[in-house]
Design a protein. Sequence first.
Length: 265
Amino acid sequence: MSKQALYKIPLKQTDSTRIYVIGAALFSMLIFSIFYLEISFIDMFMGLPNFIMFFFENFFPPNVQNIQQYIPAVIDTLGYAIIATYISTIIAFIFGILISENTNKYKTIRVITRGFVSILRNIPFIIWGALLVYIFGIGGIVGVLALILVTIGFLSKSYAESIDEISGDKLEALRANGSSYLQILFHGIIPQFVPAWINWTLFAFEINVRASAVLGLVGAGGIGVLIDTNINLFKYGEAITIIAMVVLIILLTEFVTNSIRRRFV
């Protein structure tokens, strides 16, 4: 048996052992979580028929009498997503440049910017919305600000990773020819970054459309306010109509963004 074959056997055994250990650890975490939270799957399945019965008895048929009154809220929801995505794209591009090693050689600035972006990204948008409601009160500005903060964190990291993946050969050639920083940025990095920029920005817009509908549940404006209000008033027929409109908006958004991706990416 060759030396290469002898070395492969322990390696495979080590990898197999590692997989078993990781699998056992994950399964142990699952078991611990179930017992710690006292989750009863029996009660869950036993209550499922009652949930289905309650849902169909109260939410159907949908009440579409006031559907025209919901259109302004739909427009508000889309407006929040558009404004938040537009502003976040500009700010996130700047942060992405500051985070990426291809565009920023100063490690201290990269670390500080990355830390700030991580804070924005790791706080869920619903928490941002709840916090901002206490500061600004109920209104659309709260929803826009919450979406901007979270989207900046998401896009900054995504943009930076995409810029880092750009091949360094062309950048080194530009540097060797004596190109300035701005020339390298506009002629070497941005042209290669555009497809990733389009893809990530469209993805962020899809997320913001969903999030803007949910933010209304904490008083941040949009169509979510109508959902929360109608459920609290036990107007389940109107609530299911609004939910159906939200689903339709999301599907249309995905259709449009996917069409744009196929055309430009």
